[in-house]
Design a protein around this ligand. Structure first.
Ligand SMILES: CC(C)=CCC/C(C)=C/CC/C(C)=C/COP(=O)(O)OP(=O)(O)O
Ligand SMILES: C=C(C)CCOP(=O)(O)OP(=O)(O)O
Ligand SMILES: [Mg+2]
Length: 244
């Protein structure tokens, strides 16, 4: 039973896994699952806004996903470029601010231009920050932050690393959800999930709906976040559970 959890997570992060299986089970190409995944992401962003979640971070393409068949990789790049061109007006209406996290230099000029335009167009929106981790790996993020600090001759500390990392503009995720049934992190937010609550859902990402999100949020609300303290300390001072 929870003694110290806020009812609702401020920041939810999601490994959107299971698109390929969703398609394969329907005898469709894997890319059809990714297309359905975009629809699930749009729905999830609206569900987060309705539930008062301030930050949603999603894993859309990992550093390791380059190892997939070339057709799937180019299909995902194309899907991102098309989704950006199509969805920005609705994101504006919904007050969603887009932020891309990942290595941009190895993406095509077309994709990079799409990311930059979408970020600029939504920069003043305030209802939901949507971080899309694309060409992202947790190890890449830690290494690029350390490398940036070293190049500037700055000391490498926990605080300085935090400010040099991809999610420096938001607090760490309270809840990390992985859909698709696998119980692993797959190089997602290695630094930032130090004290996140983890939740694994058997639902494939295209099937992850508002009810499934509510179940994850309810599970989160029942957790006791101790941040290294004891339950007795939290009972004595329930508001002192925040990570110092
Ligand atoms: C382009 C863009 C904005 C993305 C939104 C669409 C989306 C949800 C992308 C995630 C891509 C991905 C590699 C998912 C993992 O499922 P999987 O392919 O590993 O599925 P499987 O584990 O069932 O094979
Ligand atoms: C959701 C994304 C973008 C990456 C993690 O899923 P993967 O399907 O690539 O992870 P593994 O099963 O290979 O660990
Ligand atoms: Mg997968």
């Amino acid at each position: 039973m929870s003694t110290a959890s806020p009812a609702n997570p401020h920041h939810i992060a999601i490994v959107m896994d299971g698109n390929g299986r969703w398609a394969t089970r329907r005898f469709l190409p894997r890319l059809a699952g990714h297309k359905q995944g975009v629809e699930a992401l749009k729905r999830c962003a609206r569900d987060c806004v309705e539930r008062g979640v301030a930050v949603l971070t999603v894993f859309a393409f990992s550093s390791e996903n380059w190892n997939r068949p070339a057709e799937e990789v180019s299909g995902l790049m194309d899907l991102l470029a098309k989704a950006l061109a199509r969805e920005v007006p609705q994101l504006q209406k919904d007050g969603v601010r887009l932020h891309f996290v990942g290595e941009k230099s190895t993406l095509s000029e077309k994709v990079r231009a799409g990311l930059a335009q979408a970020e600029a167009a939504t920069a003043h929106n305030q209802r939901l920050v949507l971080n899309v981790c694309f060409n992202y790996g947790g190890r890449w993020d830690i290494a690029q932050a350390a490398s940036a600090l070293a190049a500037r001759g700055e000391p490498i500390t926990e605080a300085s690393l935090h400010t040099a990392m991809g999610l420096a503009h938001v607090p760490d995720p309270d809840l990390v959800i992985r859909t698709g049934g696998e119980m692993r992190i797959s190089n997602f937010l290695l630094w930032q999930c130090a004290y996140s609550e983890l939740y694994f859902s058997d639902r494939l990402w295209p099937d992850f709906d508002g009810a499934a999100l509510d179940q994850a949020i309810a599970a989160y609300g029942a957790r006791e976040r101790r941040f290294g303290k004891t339950s007795e300390q939290l009972l004595a001072s329930p508001t002192s559970s925040a990570c110092a």
